[in-house]
Design a protein around this ligand. Structure first.
Ligand code: 13P
Length: 250
């Protein structure tokens, strides 16, 4: 049985005070959604404050990105051991905003995935197609290519400690959610890719859906057989909505 994970990707949002309030709100309702695992992904600079507030609670935390390198002359970058030092459990790799706005190739993403594992962090690997790619009918080819880069470098066994997030680019921040069936079809495809290499492992890997998930649509998404939770952007900044999404997964 795969325990559902609802992960809040705060992106480049928040301040010391707004984050304190947001976490208070989430912690206030977290006991009611204990069946679901919760984790938040603040900007790097707030990780320490988030760690202090969440230590000893049921809510985990992670980072939105990491360097592929361990340390050294990489101005402006943040390394895996630093994230581990701050108690991060997870780290998001290959978010479409990193791929499209910051030029991260499939190979860079694969190396970040490897770096995460090397330093004891669980990568949440994001994959997903653009609207143009969906319209061209190449969704599966795109997702397969994105997965293959990681499989080639790290092997299927590496997914035992990883999470996958299917985030169709056209559904991110647009209010346009994939239909539950559209999402389920791609999730099943992803699982089948892994199952072709290791069926037992594939049945245990959690595959999250991301793209305009909110309290109002989470129920119909999270009920699908291969959707094991959500990677939530905008709605994760509102504790009520974030908890509603989690409730839908209980
Ligand atoms: P939204 O929920 O704001 O569409 O963002 C999804 C996302 O990119 C999560 O990583």
């Amino acid at each position: 049985m795969r325990r559902k994970l609802v992960a809040g990707n705060w992106k480049m949002n928040g301040s010391t005070s707004s984050i304190r309030e947001l976490l208070q709100g989430i912690l206030g309702g977290s006991a009611e959604v204990a069946a679901v695992e919760l984790a938040v992904f603040p900007p790097f600079v707030y990780l320490d404050a988030v760690a202090r507030q969440l230590t000893g609670t049921a809510v985990g935390w992670g980072a939105q990105n990491l360097s592929e390198h361990a340390s050294g002359a990489h101005t402006g970058e943040v390394a895996g051991p630093m994230l581990k030092d701050l108690g991060c459990v997870y780290v998001i790799v290959g978010h479409s905003e990193r791929r499209t706005l910051y030029g991260e190739s499939d190979q860079v993403v694969a190396r970040k995935f490897a770096a995460a594992r090397k330093f004891g962090l669980k990568p949440i690997l994001c994959v997903g197609e653009t609207l143009e790619e969906r319209d061209q009918g190449v969704t599966e080819a795109v997702v397969e290519r994105q997965l293959k880069a990681v499989l080639d470098l790290e092997g299927v066994a590496s997914f035992a400690d990883a999470v996958i997030a299917y985030e169709p680019v056209w559904a991110i921040g647009t209010g346009r959610t994939a239909t539950p069936q559209q999402a389920q079809d791609v999730h099943a495809f992803i699982r089948a890719q892994l199952a072709a290499l290791d069926p037992a492992l594939a049945s245990q890997v959690r595959i999250l859906y991301g793209g305009s998930v909110k309290g109002a649509n989470a129920g119909e998404l999270l009920v699908m057989p291969d959707i094991d939770g959500g990677l939530v952007g905008g709605a994760s900044l509102d504790p009520k909505d974030f908890l509603l999404i989690a409730k839908a997964g209980c």
